[in-house]
Design a protein around this ligand. Structure first.
Ligand code: 2HG
Ligand code: ZN
Length: 475
């Protein structure tokens, strides 16, 4: 394959441009780039370009524009929707950003950091920490996902309640446009009212409008005091009430508020070693909550304890455990972060990444649970996650004993019913995982027609040749 293709002019031009070490084109080297980690898609490509500078990215894009070669930007390959996987045609170039990974500047006084797209999230967190600052984006895949991917999918995670999504953490952006020009808006300003906010166009666009090469991101005071607890409750409605009480009492100190239903605890208990369950019997709902303050505050845990005690006395909670050591805190976090892995180990699952106004979640759950059962009788609904910001991973495992194929065949019917219900309540079918290839049809179905036509106009005007990650986000 590589000999036949080596005569293709654009491949030869890219080899000359990038030099040895700047691309991969042998079958075994290409292999890791051909599939997404959920095994939803498997495509093909003749080359993975690995530019190390923004100028090289611009050069690659110019060659591709000239030869009409589609480009698939690729970060840490942790997309949930196949956004970074080439399609099956074999004519798309994968543009790997892992060599473009420098932290260009960390401005302590300005509370900002400028990093390149291929920088792994955990590295940025560590560099911020070393400088006495805090970068709050926090996700299960932080050891391998990259800043470029976080921006391109507008990542969420477990601290959105307090700090917002990736979009909210951006001060400036550098983007290579589909014609190879570089949009340099790497400003580190908190106030800048100079026309349209162009950077926002590229955040969440999954590489369909250009390639994000670097970003200037907001930093925050480093938390010095934490208080972490898990509470058992009877219902999602009670969890929403608890969240209100907590926020009333300690305001923005509430960083994390994650729902863990009994079914999720059972899966973790079955499949993940070394996690200790906090309660003898799993309550219908549990909530992992974490408060944090920048100043040392030995009182924070005591205040949380008092709040939870009050809630217990008033009957809102059925149980509560405060993490009184770092090891216990880590254990609670491991319990939460292990849910996706535990559900995968259990077998097939059908995932829905939904969000609603937090106030609408209890009513939604009341109606959605019987809906699931009516479509797949006996199916196990494991709706968990970021309750504090209204985002639940409404994931379903098969009834015990049901064949995976028979179960997965019911997927489209279930998806339609769940997404229809979400839409009817003013919610979103993609809260934090993006559209990628997986949800292109859902966007067409549920997006407001005026918004959809504006998106198409934008795509057409920025990428008239249609070379930027075609078939992702928009059909
Ligand atoms: C999480 O919050 C991730 O753990 C994964 O977003 C969700 O696997 C999922 O559906
Ligand atoms: Zn999540």
């Amino acid at each position: 394959m590589s000999t036949a293709r080596s005569t293709t002019p654009w491949l030869a031009e890219l080899r000359a441009l990038l030099g040895p070490g700047g691309y991969l084109d042998q079958p075994d080297e290409l292999e890791p780039f051909l599939g997404d980690w959920r095994h939803l898609y498997r495509g093909s490509t003749p080359m993975v370009a690995l530019p190390a500078t923004t100028a090289e990215v611009a050069g690659v894009v110019r060659v591709c524009a000239e030869h009409r070669v589609p480009i698939v930007p690729h970060g840490g390959n942790t997309s949930y929707c196949g956004g970074a996987t080439p399609r099956e045609s074999g004519v798309e170039l994968v543009l790997g950003l892992r060599r473009l990974n420098r932290i260009r500047e960390l401005d302590v006084d300005n509370y900002s950091v400028t990093a390149e797209a291929g920088c792994v999230l955990a590295r940025l967190q560590a560099a911020s920490e070393e400088a006495g600052r805090y970068f709050p984006m926090s996700l299960g895949s932080e050891g391998s996902c990259t800043i470029g991917g976080n921006l391109s999918t507008n990542a969420g995670g477990t601290a959105v309640l307090r700090y917002g999504m990736m979009r909210d953490l951006v001060l400036g952006l550098e983007v290579v446009l589909p014609d190879g020009r570089v949009l340099d808006q790497l400003r580190s300003l908190r106030k800048d009212n100079t026309g349209y906010d162009l950077k926002q166009l590229f955040i969440g666009a999954e590489g369909s409008l250009g390639v994000i090469t670097a970003a200037c991101l907001k930093l925050f005071p480093r938390p010095a005091a934490y208080a972490t607890a898990i509470a058992g409750l009877r219902s999602v409605a009670d969890a929403v009430t608890l969240l209100g009480r907590l926020r009333d009492a300690v305001g923005d100190a509430v960083v994390t508020f994650e729902l863990i239903p009994a079914g999720a605890m059972e899966l973790v208990a079955r499949h993940v070693e070394a996690v200790q369950l906090p309660f003898e019997a799993a309550p219908p709902c549990s909530v992992l909550m974490e408060l944090a303050l920048p100043a040392p505050d030995s009182d924070l845990a005591t205040r949380l304890e008092a709040l939870l005690e009050q809630a217990l006395l008033s009957g809102l909670l059925t149980d509560a455990v405060i993490a009184d050591s770092l090891a216990r805190r880590d254990n609670l976090w491991k319990l939460r972060e292990s849910i996706p892995e535990a559900q995968t180990r259990e077998g097939a699952s059908l995932k829905h990444d939904i969000s609603l106004p937090t106030s609408a979640l209890p009513g939604f759950m009341t109606d959605a649970a019987p809906l699931v059962d009516s479509i797949i009788p006996g199916a196990r609904l494991i709706a968990y996650g970021h309750l504090g910001d209204g985002n639940l991973h409404f994931n379903v495992s098969p009834p015990v004993g049901m064949e995976a194929t028979a179960f997965l065949e019911r997927g489209p019917a279930l998806k339609r019913a769940v997404h229809d219900l979400v839409a009817s309540r003013g919610g979103s079918f993609s809260a934090e995982h993006g559209i990628g290839r997986l949800k292109v049809g859902e966007l067409e179905r549920y997006e407001n027609p005026v918004a959809l036509s504006l998106m198409r106009q934008l795509k057409q005007s920025l990428d008239p040749l249609g070379i930027m990650n075609p078939g992702k986000v928009l059909a």
